[in-house]
Design a protein. Sequence first.
Length: 760
Amino acid sequence: MKNYDSIRHVVGESIFIDDVLIPENTLYGYVYYSPIAHGKILELNFDEALKSKGVKGIYSAKDIPGENQIGGIIPDENLFAEEELHFVGHPIAIIVADTYLHAKEASKKIHAVFEKLTPILDPREAAEKNSLIIPPRKFELGNVDDAWKDCDYIFEGRVDSGGQEHIYLETQGAVAIPAEGDSIKVISATQGPTAVQRTIARILALPMHKVEVNVQRLGGGFGGKEDQATAWACMAALAAFKLKIPVKLVLNRQDDIRITGKRHPYSSDYKIGLNKEGKILAYEVTFYQNAGASADLSPAILDRTLFHCTNAYFIPNVKATAFSCKTNLVPFTAFRGFGGPQGMFVIEAAIHRAANELGISSSEIQKKNLIKENDEFSYGQKAINSFAIKSYKLCEEKFDLQKLQDEVDEFNSKNFLVKKGLAVMPICFGISFTTTFLNQASALIHIYTDGSINVSTAAVEMGQGVNAKMKRIAAKVLSVDENRIHVDSTNTLRVANTSPTAASKGTDLNGFAVIDACNILLERLKKVAALELGEDDWTKISFKKEKVFDEDEPTTITFIDVVKKAYTSRVSLTAQAHHSTPNIYFDTKTNKGNPFAYHVYGTAIIQVTLDCLRGTYETDFVKVVHDFGESFHRQIDIGQVEGGIVQGIGWMSSEELIWNNEGKLLTDALSTYKVPDIHAIPKQIEIETLPYDQEKIVNDEFKDQIGPLNSKAIGEPPFMYGIGFYFALINAMKSFNPKMKLKYDSPLTPEKVLMNLYGE
Ligand code: MTE
Ligand code: HPA
Ligand code: MOS
């Protein structure tokens, strides 16, 4: 079965925001934003701009009928700046005109006088000045302070990781169409339709039932549209509400890069203690998260950094402290991994450092510390059905790690200006929203009288294939052909109170809701079929591949016959179901609990080749053993692993955000911000499935606690294999310049590589 979305993309039929057929009189918006990182608005005058060609209106903070507030977790973010400006790109107003160019042109005629204040750009400086989003968070296990004395080796250091721009192919945007009364319909490219609905209602002082949000699909989200698609939808809605004319607002690429949030840059300090056997006895880490100018999702992201700060390892004594630091940069936001990668990079750097000092390979330490069954994570959850060791071992054996390492050593001994490097990267990623209440979803299914089926869920399609997965699940449960099923847009009228499609939970949460709704329909259809067939016990009826069976014997009737009969018998052909993840909880006071339904494991081996004259590099291969559970859509799952790896490598290698000391982003175009292109992707990505045997599962009690049809979440975990790239490259560099002082500071751009190859 084909994923039809991809065919529509290729022939250009898929409808993104810019393709939505809009009414003839639709107006276009342009966002006028702060050119300075920190300051005050002394004068702001729109008179000249309002006279500019084609301009129909300019709206700012004072025009908001409701609350000028878009903060989701913490109410600390205005839709439009009031007196103070907190970052370059801080929205001040929306200009609406008959064309996009007229609106943009008018922005240059706005008269504004600003008073510049000194910006804080560095998270450590922010922490020192107590400029924090929330009080510091701390996860603790065992007693670190007591454990140092038992350690034979202790290493301390600093690790920095850069931010990452999403570069979704479709930039942010929305179309707002006023409807009868004060109602408004908004077509948004958001991962969170309900967040958009709720926030528009807040801005416009409307009840939520007057705001309809529809999401057809996103040209990529990657977390960038979990929270940050909201502002643009609110602005379009505000203008449309005021003018009673449809308004379309789509950011151009440069504005999108400048004024929307990215992955959080982090700066961290670690201290790691090991015994002679290579067991990590203690780990202390402090994270300084650069949150930018407002909270956005930073507190939740900060927590996930803590949850994943020991990656796939069991460390008996852990003290992890995290500061969410308020700076004068764009509010940073969700990005694949949601703070997990930042935490995992630090422990991997600490292990690499220890290995280097001890003259062994990182994998010798990694292997000795992998988390076993019933070991405790620092947040109190036990590792149940842990595949950390199993995936590592399988990876080592399947791909013959020793032989690969010997070949690299041999190559390096024979080549002077070209070096190879190898690294192993195990992963362990917790599945569930760490904000427990978000772990819910629902589905609404209609069967029409011609036997065609319409499925609506809370899931948003953003290229990850969730629609194809919902279709497959419904087809399997109803045992009908996939062609019968249409997965409709995500719409707040059909499915209400949605959690964002995020945390890799889209398929899990919505898939279970689809299963439940299908089962409700199946029961009704079986009862109708039983009556039709004269069978007293409806539970003896089954559906298999469009046919109806009675006590496993084929009958003369089919799925469509039963549907028609149900309709004329006045039996409902519509079902709605709600699903919430069982057995998860987390106490944010003690920071202990069972926040994750399960964990996803896997191990990758990454090899790079480095040109020591130019500082350029290539990824030779990534070989992975990944824990898919039982994949029910192999094509999509493989695509997610490959895409995640490439995006992870991009974060570690070429994607560099550079701000000047006035807080202006210098890398605000695709010419200066380098995402992996066709030449940068690994020459080979080999993916092995971790054998997943339900019968032999270690802890039976929890075997049902994974995804639908025994699958496991796939969206984010593979991203973190990309972290291995960094260490493979460092290893290659080290073999050229053994005196190189190891500084863990990602991304490792070719410029940085070159400086290190010839430095001390
Ligand atoms: N894959 C594509 N093609 N496009 C995306 O935007 N987002 C990623 C991942 N894979 C993304 C993607 C992120 S950040 C998440 S959380 C998951 O998909 C969300 O979808 P899921 O929960 O359905 O896996
Ligand atoms: N992942 C993504 N989004 C979230 C999460 C999470 O764990 N928690 C709250 N929002
Ligand atoms: Mo993904 S960062 O949870 O949208």
